[in-house]
Design a protein around this ligand. Structure first.
Ligand SMILES: [Zn+2]
Length: 293
């Protein structure tokens, strides 16, 4: 009986050593893996992140006229619908296409109020550009005399410093500008020129074509980040045709979707600490601008 008991004691000691070794290994393993923990995933939930895609102007008051006499509204509607569909397909199920029937000035405030009430996380207003009347030249299209200007082409992005989240607006504007640029689309630089007179704007980001347009109601009255995209110039005869192509709409829409995905991810990271602390709204005019007018 003594011998088996001796064996048993040896076996017990060996087992204890093995277990403590395993425990030590495990502890060391945990300790060594702790600093290399997985980087925090951006907390973006497309299912709850709500984007408003605002269709600029109304069916009654169509905005600018194209070189061939078409109303800006139809360009805005086609592109905004495409962006809405692509955002929903990318998982942003709460995306809202905002169509407004009130063509008066009150309709602009209504757009912002509706977005604020939701409340939306991001407001993207879709427009197509023209030029001041003094730049217009005449040509005949389908028997009618029309105004055109081939002088400028390209998109532009606008934000307002009076928006509820100016920093976020600039951030999204830059992301969208970057995506457009990566797809070979160039922004128009002419808004900085003196000849633009009252339409001259401050270029916030020369890399991506984000300008300031502080007075725009839909940008200054929205509490969430808001950007207005002039998707291109429909008064330019060539660009008008390009803007009618589904391929061009697809490029712009893909840019918008990728920018929203990036923005949602950035917002996710930023919002977490703010939610747990008393966060004062950052002061306006915080030096984000390289210069002012
Ligand atoms: Zn417009």
């Amino acid at each position: 009986m003594r011998y088996p008991r001796f064996i048993g004691a040896i076996a017990f000691i060996a087992l204890s050593m093995m277990l403590s070794h395993a425990a030590l290994n495990s502890a060391l393993g945990e300790a060594s893996s702790a600093p290399a923990a997985k980087p925090k995933k951006p907390e973006c939930n497309p299912a709850t992140f709500q984007v408003v895609v605002d269709v600029g102007h109304t069916e009654e008051k169509v905005g600018a006229r194209s070189a061939r006499g078409a109303g800006e509204y139809e360009f805005n509607l086609r592109l905004a619908k495409r962006i809405e569909q692509d955002l929903v397909a990318a998982g942003f199920a709460k995306t809202m296409l905002m169509i407004t029937t009130d063509w008066k000035r009150t309709g602009l405030a209504t757009r912002a109020e509706r977005a604020n009430r939701l409340p939306a996380d991001l407001f993207l207003s879709i427009h197509h550009d023209s030029v001041p009347d003094r730049f217009l030249e005449k040509w005949e299209y389908e028997g009618e005399e029309r105004g055109y200007s081939d002088r400028f082409k390209g998109h532009s992005l606008f934000v307002s410093i009076d928006n509820g989240d100016y920093k976020g607006s600039v951030q999204f504007g830059k992301l969208l500008g970057k995506q457009l640029k990566e797809r070979g689309l160039a922004y128009t630089p002419h808004y900085t020129e003196k000849f633009m007179g009252s339409r001259r704007r401050v270029l916030v980001d020369p890399e991506t074509g984000v300008y300031r347009y502080d007075q725009l109601i839909v940008l200054k009255s929205t509490k969430m980040p808001a950007v207005l995209l002039e998707a291109g110039s429909i008064i330019n005869r060539d660009e008008e045709l390009e803007l009618r192509w589904p391929e061009r709409r697809a490029l712009i829409s893909e840019s918008a979707v990728d920018a929203v995905i990036d923005f949602c991810a950035l917002r996710g990271r930023r919002l977490r600490p703010i939610a747990t602390t008393q966060h004062a709204r950052p002061a306006k005019r915080s030096g984000l601008l390289p210069r002012t007018q």
